[in-house]
Design a binder for this molecule. Sequence first.
Ligand code: A3P
Length: 330
Amino acid sequence: MQAQISTVLPKYLHQEEVVAQEYEDLIFSLPKENGWLASYLYKYQGFWHPVRHLQGIITCQRHFDAQDSDVFLITTPKSGTTWLKAILFTLMNRMQYPIAQDHLVLNKNPHDLVPFLEHILYADNQIPDLTSMNSPRLFATHIPFFSLPKSVQDSGCKVVYLCRNPKDTFVSMWQFTNKLRPQGMGTNSLGETFDKFCRGVSIAGPFWDHVLDYWKESKEKPPKVLFLKYEDMKERPNANLRRIAEFLGRPFSTEEEESGIVEGILKLCSFDTLSNLKINRTGKLSSGEENKAFFRQGKVGDWKNHLPIEMAQKLDMITEQKFSGSGLVL
Ligand code: A3P
């Protein structure tokens, strides 16, 4: 398929799908629906993906080799990935980059510090050379559990999973995708996108299946998967940061605790700090999105300002049905 690449728009916004020849037969045989941005979402292994992410997933499944020391931040889109990227990067690199005025997080968007597997490293059918990455390597992804490269499931690597209540997730995703739609294309209506979200047709959706698969894995393999909720991170940031550090085998020492490192990391990575940085107000990612698109409200419960009560009730009902018997409440 022929691509019409513009350097201005984010790569996945092009009307024409850019599909590598070796994936054409597979991808064009999949069910598809209109996406939330300009192109389509394809249903692969039970989940919906834009074509660019999907090719990245398949390339990743074929070529990515996980190491026991790897750490993966896995999230549902719009659940606070940017925040957790900043936190994990700062936490894991705290010896090399102590909290200071010139910290990397203050000069680069978290997405440029922690790469996504499927739509950055393995995007555009490329197989990256990861040999120069220092161990432990830190990656991010939205890949559903059963689509992860086999080596991630089989190795001793660790997964930090983050999700968020579906009402705020939906509102955040609706606002985000409307912001990214090219001028002239108009915005997606609330009703239309709500219907898609409820049917599971959203990036890496169905939302509930994504969350539930990782929830079950976290219950079966607690040393491998740490399951976090955005709301809980907001409510108990200090306790959760310590929990993450312990999970990753890097607990804070007494000296670190006394120096106030927990508070330091949380302040450095807070919504107020990150959203007000020049780099995040004016910069762009290599994939084309404006950095500021990743910072909106950063609050729990903003759905109340956007969703009519019937929509909120419908999401609650689906959540109750889908999570019934699992012990998971969002
Ligand atoms: P809202 O749209 O509700 O404001 P993701 O990073 O997965 O794309 O998620 C984006 C959501 O996380 C947005 O939510 C954004 O404002 C919020 N966010 C970004 N940085 C944050 C931070 N440091 N602390 C809390 N929330 C943050």
